[in-house]
Ligand binder design. Structure first.
Ligand code: 5GP
Length: 160
C-alpha cells in the first residue's frame, strides 16, 4: 500500500490512554510492563504511567533494517531482561505494532517462560500478524510512521 498511516505525538498520547483503558476494563492488572525495544519503549512508558504500574523492563529485539526490509527472524539483543525477577508476575508486553507479529510472538514466548501471566498490547496490528494481540488501538495494512522515528537522528550543528 502506497499511503502511510501517520501517528502524531498528540494522537500517540490519546492512543496510550485508550490502550491503558482497555487493559483496566479487561480486569488484567499487570505487575510489570515490558517494552519491546526500541519501538515499544515510548508506548510502554506512556501506558505504565496511565496504568500506575511502576515496574518496567525492556527486551531489545531487532528485526527491521528499513521500510519493509527485515532480517530472517527477530533477534534478541543484549542486555536481557532480569528473568529471575519476573517469576510469578503478571506482565503486559507492549510494542508499537504487530506487523508480521513475529517479534511479539518471540517476546511473548520468552516472557511466558518466566511470568505467571502474559498479555500483549500494541498501538497498531496488521491483518496478517501471526499473533492477535490482546489489546489493540488501531488496525491497518499500511506502513506506519511513528513520531519517534519520523525524522533522521540529529547531527551536530555547524559552527559550534
Ligand atoms: P513484526 O515482527 O511484527 O513484523 O514487527 C517488528 C517491528 O518492526 C515493530 O515493532 C516495528 O518496530 C517494526 N515495524 C513493523 N512494521 C512497521 C511499520 O509499519 N512502521 C514502522 N515504523 N515500523 C514497523
Amino acid at each position: 500500500p502506497e499511503q502511510r498511516e501517520v501517528l502524531t505525538w498528540d494522537l500517540f498520547g490519546e492512543a496510550s490512554r485508550e490502550l491503558a483503558q482497555q487493559v483496566v476494563d479487561s480486569g488484567f492488572a499487570p505487575d510489570v510492563v515490558v517494552a519491546v525495544a526500541r519501538g515499544g519503549l515510548l508506548p510502554a512508558g506512556a501506558i505504565s504511567y496511565a496504568l500506575g504500574t511502576k515496574v518496567c523492563g525492556a527486551l531489545n529485539v531487532e528485526f527491521y533494517t528499513g521500510v519493509d526490509e527485515r532480517l530472517l527472524e527477530p533477534t534478541v539483543l543484549p542486555p536481557l531482561l532480569d528473568t529471575a525477577a519476573m517469576h510469578g508476575l503478571r506482565a503486559l508486553v507492549v510494542d508499537d505494532v504487530a506487523d508480521t507479529g513475529e517479534t511479539l510472538a518471540l517476546v511473548q514466548r520468552l516472557v511466558s517462560q518466566h511470568c505467571e501471566e502474559v498479555r500483549t498490547a500494541v498501538l497498531y496490528a496488521k491483518p496478517h500478524s501471526v499473533v492477535d494481540p490482546d489489546f489493540v488501538w488501531r488496525r491497518t495494512d499500511r506502513w506506519i510512521t511513528f513520531p519517534w522515528s519520523a525524522q533522521e537522528p540529529v547531527t551536530a550543528r555547524a559552527g559550534r
